[in-house]
Ligand binder design. Structure first.
Ligand code: AVJ
Length: 325
């Protein structure tokens, strides 16, 4: 008999032209900007995985600690026989490590690249024959519309939305509000008991925050610089990586760690008939990672349409897991 296979959808319209236009516009802004979504090519994804192993980068391991130390309390909130929707699932490891305490009926892994999900999901489906495994390639930052074929799973069971790894940090508070509102609407389509489990990185001393984004080994620097190679390949531009240096600083006013690439000298970058001059020390802003307080994030959840908010933190209150239904 043929093994059960995961159900796969690719509803990510790879809009190359729009990406190129967006890249060019960002590079021509007075404060040049690049979207953090360009970090994650094959090498970039491996570099990010390496970041999560760095001693300075506390979020990933702290989130895992909270899940392990407070497992029974956290799992008590998870609906049973639910449809799990793992937003930004990646390797699916984080969510799957929760299966031993609460088994979903359906596991829907959502990520920007369905290719990356495919192999993981085949193995997962083989290992958990009782779970319906689904993979969806889509950019969920702007809309959360699921294939019609999933209607049944979304309405007949409770929904557990998972957004782990403090990925919400890339959204500014306004965009975070709209995004959470869409998740709240999604939860409303599910049976009672539906809710969201989300990992949030908290405001803390500046040194700890900045070191997490400027590690001694230079892995985060490589992760940041790698985006210029991605831009070179997408635009045919001539960024020379040796001309740029990695910068990470906490912007207290905006409550975010900013990553920039800073020009080491006056230089010119050329692409497709355009050019941009950069003065020495001028920067390209490549990422924001917003940090929340427990109070701010709780009220954000309530504004977005959630009630019944719970949270758990580590002993240093560096990181929080929130439950909202
Ligand atoms: C994947 C967005 C959660 O902001 O901490 C890590 C990305 N950038 N180091 C973060 C990142 C530099 C990460 N997120």
């Amino acid at each position: 008999m043929q093994d059960k296979q995961p159900l796969l959808f690719d509803i990510h319209q790879e809009n190359k032209d729009a990406n190129v236009q967006e890249l060019i516009q960002g590079l021509l802004c007075t404060q040049a900007i690049l979207s953090p979504k360009y970090f994650y090519d094959e090498l970039g994804s491996v570099l990010f995985d390496a970041i999560t192993l760095l001693p300075e980068y506390y979020p990933t391991r702290t989130e895992l600690q909270i899940f392990t130390h407070q497992a029974s309390e956290i799992h008590a909130h998870f609906p049973k026989h639910a449809t799990w929707i793992d937003l930004g699932a990646g390797s699916c490891q984080k969510a799957v490590s929760l299966f031993s305490s609460t088994m979903p009926a359906t596991y829907v892994a959502v990520d920007i690249s369905v290719e990356y999900l495919t192999n993981n999901l085949r193995d997962l489906q083989a290992k958990y024959a009782a779970v319906s495994v689904v993979g969806i390639g889509m950019d969920f930052s702007n809309s959360l519309t699921f294939p019609a074929a999933l209607q049944e799973q979304l309405t007949a069971n409770p929904i557990l939305a998972l957004y782990l790894g403090s990925s919400l940090g890339n959204f500014n508070p306004t965009d975070a509000f709209y995004f959470l509102q869409r998740i709240a609407d999604l939860c409303k389509t599910g049976q009672p008991g539906s809710g969201l489990i989300i990992g949030i990185d908290l405001v803390k001393d500046v040194d700890t925050l900045e070191r997490a984004y400027a590690d001694d080994l230079g892995v985060t620097a490589a992760f940041n610089l790698n985006v210029l190679r991605r831009v070179n390949s997408l635009l045919g531009s001539d960024f020379d990586l040796l001309d740029w240096q990695h910068i990470a600083r906490f912007n207290v006013q905006e409550s975010r760690v900013e990553m920039h690439l800073q020009a080491k000298r006056d230089l010119v970058v050329n692409w497709q008939g355009h050019q941009r001059h950069f003065k020495k020390d001028e920067t390209i802003h490549t990422e924001n990672s917003y940090k929340w307080t427990i109070e701010n994030f709780s009220s954000q959840l309530i504004k977005s349409g959630f009630s019944n908010i719970r949270h758990w933190t580590d002993t240093k209150s560096h990181y929080a897991l929130f439950w909202a239904s």
